[in-house]
Write a protein that binds this ligand. Sequence first.
Ligand SMILES: Nc1ncnc2c1ncn2[C@@H]1O[C@H](COP(=O)(O)OP(=O)(O)O)[C@@H](O)[C@H]1O
Ligand SMILES: [Mg+2]
Length: 228
Amino acid sequence: MKVVQTKKLKKTYHFGDTEVTALREVCLDIEEEEFIAVWGPSGSGKSTLCNLVGLLDTPTSGEVLIRETSAKDLNDAQRSDLRNSSIGFVFQNFNLIPVLTALENVMLPLQVTGVPVVEARERAQKLLQEVDLGDRMGHRPVKMSGGQQQRVAIARALVTNPLLVLADEPTANLDTKNANLIIDLMRRINRDCGAAFLFSTHDDRLLDRVDRRVHLQDGVIIEDDRRG
Ligand SMILES: Nc1ncnc2c1ncn2[C@@H]1O[C@H](COP(=O)(O)OP(=O)(O)O)[C@@H](O)[C@H]1O
Ligand SMILES: [Mg+2]
């Protein structure tokens, strides 16, 4: 079964009497366990695509299906449920909560859905070990490097067992070495746990490690390249 399908996804933003079409009828299927890079220059529509696929925003026309359920037919509460149960997010600015420790940050998505603390802690600890931060669990984000913070964010994205992890420019605030480490880490987790990954980047040097590259330009997929 496909994890995600987008059908003629279009997004137009309005401000005043100006109109910008950020995505033009984009059709993209994501298969189970795929590892995909969406790449293109700034302004090509990467964040718009991530926000629509992640059900954080609604399209102007077209639709997003998650496991064959169209988000179009859902009300807000149902859409949030579908999002929370299927998708994990990683952001460019890490978006960790500064007053919480690494462990507490990773536990949070489970706690808001009512998972008992003991179970949430166990699962969060396991994931922090998986991203090689077993010795940093009690640290607050401010005491960690950018690369470490992004690893915490990856653990947090995975803690609910999502079908798909969406990472919008996860390496944009990292140096080349840490950027490569983050891509390799996501790749390893993708192989180990089977969640599909879609990350966006404007840096084509990161594409070597990726099976499928979707090249976005001016809101259009100009190339969708799968390697055998
Ligand atoms: N909230 C918004 N309001 C108006 N225009 C926007 C908004 N978000 C994005 N855009 C415009 O849509 C286009 C695509 O933006 P975006 O999806 O952020 O691209 P990328 O992530 O590849 O840089 C750009 O021209 C951008 O200026
Ligand atoms: Mg962007």
